[in-house]
Design a binder for this molecule. Structure first.
Ligand code: ADE
Ligand code: ZN
Length: 327
């Protein structure tokens, strides 16, 4: 079988990775020791055993606890550098990286430590690993729109160091329209716009992400298959979905990888992409997602592999002239 080799070797972009979700248990303990932070788990193994999720919220609780070891600029640098080094080995040539500043500023960490650390790793990785990357600031949707505005304000001195904004955290009960005003402001500021929608939430959340927030990509979006008109809209407007198969499996969006709808999304002509979401928590980086999904869905073939790589560049926020060289 030659497909795993093709999947691994093909150049690709990663468009849905939460940098805090790349924090491996070993690094959580290393940073906890370095920073004198007390953890609720006594060992790396005990922490890893706690990674048994039943839904999105059960994951988020442990993901925010893991992020509590990040205090200083160097911590953010080390986390991002480790991810970029790992992604480069998977032949990811470009990554658009989410970060959750509110998780950190709420603990008294300065916005400058977060953004400077991540940005410095991104610059070093371009130089030393040949991987390009950009940052996307995510608002936590379980918090208020007022808090999102305050976070945007705090980040504005670093406007040159992130390309866009996203919306993540607990989806159900926090529809996109809750953030209509702050996304409108971000749009005026020339920021690129994305949002998580249709991971656990209904197709209506995808519609409002498009029509109210005016996002350019949908993160996850797998629930779109339940709405034929929405599927046509996504295909016609070439709105990309950043699909994360191992995440969907671990958070029980699909009971088995074999039931994942990636093939249906591609066959409907959607600009679907494959991504890792929170690789340290879901048991796989980019190529693990591709290889395991292709193994579970035998209908996926070499053309789909090529299409996924092509889609990842088309859906990226890289300037068209640059990305055409990759496509
Ligand atoms: N934050 C980190 N990973 C997430 C996911 N899969 N959905 C929503 N928020 C997240
Ligand atoms: Zn995500």
């Amino acid at each position: 079988e030659r497909l795993p080799a093709l999947l691994a070797a093909m150049p690709k972009a990663e468009l849905h990775i939460h940098i805090e979700g790349s924090l491996e248990p070993e690094m959580i303990f290393q940073l906890a020791n370095r920073n004198g932070v007390e953890l609720a788990y006594e060992s790396v193994e005990a922490l890893r055993r706690a990674y048994a999720f039943t839904d999105l919220q059960s994951f988020l609780d442990i993901y925010y606890a893991g992020a509590s070891v990040l205090l200083h600029e160097q911590d953010f640098y080390d986390m991002a550098w480790a991810y970029l080094e790992r992604a480069a080995r998977d032949h990811v040539v470009h990554a658009e990286i989410f970060f959750d500043p509110q998780t950190h500023t709420a603990r008294g960490v300065g916005m400058e430590a977060v953004i400077r650390g991540l940005h410095r790793a991104s610059q070093d990785a371009r130089e030393r690993l040949g991987i390009s990357s950009a940052l996307i600031l995510c608002f936590l949707r379980h918090l208020s729109e007022e808090e999102a505005f305050a976070t945007l304000e705090e980040a504005m001195p670093f406007r040159g160091q992130f390309i866009g904004v996203g919306l993540d955290s607990s989806e159900l009960g926090h529809p996109p329209e809750k953030f209509a005003r702050v996304f409108a402001r971000c749009r005026e500021l020339g920021l690129r716009l994305v949002a998580h929608a249709g991971e656990e939430g209904p197709p209506a959340y995808i519609w409002s992400a498009l029509d109210v927030l005016k996002v350019e990509r949908i993160d996850h979006g797998v629930q779109a298959v339940h709405d034929a008109a929405l599927m046509r809209r996504l295909a016609e407007d070439r709105i990309a979905l950043t699909v994360c198969p191992l995440s969907n499996l671990k958070l029980r969006v699909f009971p088995e990888l074999a039931q994942h709808n990636l093939k249906a999304l591609l066959d409907a002509g959607l600009v679907a992409t494959v991504n890792s979401d929170d690789p340290a928590y879901f048991g796989g980086y980019m190529n693990d997602n591709l290889v395991q999904t292709f193994a579970a869905l035998p209908q996926l073939d070499a053309r789909d592999a090529w299409q996924l790589a092509h889609n990842s560049f088309e859906a990226s926020f890289v300037a068209p002239d640059v990305r055409r060289a990759w496509q």
